[in-house]
Write a new protein. Structure first.
Length: 202
């Protein structure tokens, strides 16, 4: 006998059943991957065809959704400027766990052709945890589908997700974020007319 949560005793057979339940949940999760509709760079042009009838990502269990609170995955599609990074962090932190990030293209891996740019990040994984990288400039929809397939395999196998890494190493990520964004990590809403007082201008 072994002692579980709340003092519950369970034998070896029951422990294996629990593992089976977890495997079943992971299988269902891998077949219902919801991707937030958010394009950060030039790779965004490869995302719409991936969901159209020719490539039909939905047949593999990959579906697009409108808001981060419904999503499991965010795709960093190409280069990522510091200004956009601020909004990506906000979007990622609004997503419910478990959540995953796919880095699409060379720019998300090492800066790509913007490696010497003053306002583009060079290594995405220093600021937010990346679960799957798809190399190329820009990767075609077939490559993105392969990335989804590999991510789904990770989910099925119960591999540790980047979101767990983010929670455990939050201090590391926040330190790197503040290096490029300053102490205030929240996006600026100065241009949003509905937040201005009457008579003020953005």
């Amino acid at each position: 006998m072994e002692i579980g949560f709340h003092g519950h005793e369970f034998d070896k057979e029951e422990r294996n059943t629990q593992t089976l339940i977890e495997k079943t949940i992971n299988w269902f999760r891998s077949k219902s991957v919801f991707v937030v509709a958010y394009g950060t760079g030039c790779g965004a042009i490869e995302m719409p065809p991936t969901f159209t009838s020719r490539y039909d990502a939905e047949r593999g269990g990959v579906v697009g959704v409108a808001t981060p609170r419904q999503a499991d995955v965010i795709i960093i599609s190409g280069y990522l400027a510091y200004k956009t990074l601020r909004r990506v962090i906000r979007t990622y932190e609004q997503m419910q766990s478990p959540k995953y990030i796919i880095g699409l293209g060379s720019c998300a891996i090492n800066g790509g052709m913007y490696w010497d740019s003053y306002n583009t990040i060079k290594k995405l994984d220093d600021y937010i945890p990346v679960d799957m990288l798809v190399n190329g400039c820009m990767p075609r929809p077939e490559a993105l589908l392969e990335g989804f397939a590999k991510l789904q395999e990770q989910i099925r196998n119960g591999a540790q997700g980047g979101w767990e890494k983010y929670e455990k190493n939050l201090e590391f990520y926040k330190k790197n974020q503040k290096k490029v964004l300053g102490e205030n990590l929240d996006p600026s809403y100065e241009a949003d007319w509905y937040m201005l007082k009457q008579g003020e201008r953005a």
